[in-house]
Write a protein that binds this ligand. Structure first.
Ligand SMILES: [Zn+2]
Ligand SMILES: [Zn+2]
Length: 184
């Protein structure tokens, strides 16, 4: 995959995003080349992710290409898992469009997104898909900020217990070795 601004994230994490993309496209027999670009975006502020698509018709054959943008802010605030699940959300759009001619947050989209453990906001998820709902990108009140010695930081609503075994997504240092700040 062609990543833009990949330097904003550790190579190992970009590699995982790449694998997630390839695995998902292959699963639905979608050509890998249909995703032209995945951008880690500094400009995307109001949403966690976005997909744009272009359609070309050649005789009765339709060719689609997609450009995905993922908010760097989402990664900074909520970590790698959040950006990964947002990528799955955007890829579910690509597959819904490509395979089922179904753009938007349709039932087909929700089925694909949930089957691949992507996230959607709670309004889209409704009751049926509530276990896949995440409001990470809608600002919640965070009380604790954890800063790792490597510089990575994340916020939590509740204090992380040392026994939870949580560690830094960048350097794998345990949470017990991080600096904790209480936010107002
Ligand atoms: Zn969407
Ligand atoms: Zn770290």
């Amino acid at each position: 995959m062609n990543f833009k601004n990949s330097h904003l994230m550790p190579k190992t994490e970009i590699k995982i995003l790449n694998e997630v993309t390839e695995t998902m496209l292959l699963k639905y027999s979608a050509p890998l080349s249909c995703v032209q670009e995945i951008e880690i975006s500094n400009r995307l502020k109001t949403t966690a992710g976005r997909i744009r698509y272009y359609k070309r018709t050649n005789g009765h054959q339709k060719h689609y290409s997609f450009r995905i943008s993922l908010a760097f802010n989402n990664y900074k605030e909520f970590g790698f898992d959040s950006i990964k699940k947002t990528l799955i959300h955007e890829l579910s759009h690509a597959i819904s469009i490509l395979k089922f001619d179904s753009p938007g947050h349709t039932e087909i989209f929700k089925k694909i997104c949930s089957e691949n453990s992507g996230t959607m906001n709670s309004k889209i998820a409704g009751n049926k898909y509530k276990e896949f709902a995440s409001n990470d990108y809608c600002r919640t009140k965070y009380k604790y900020q954890y800063t790792c010695q490597c510089g990575a930081s994340f916020k939590r609503k509740n204090k992380v217990k040392k026994t939870q075994g949580m560690c830094c997504s960048r350097c794998r240092r345990p949470v017990a070795e991080m600096k904790v700040q209480t936010l107002i």
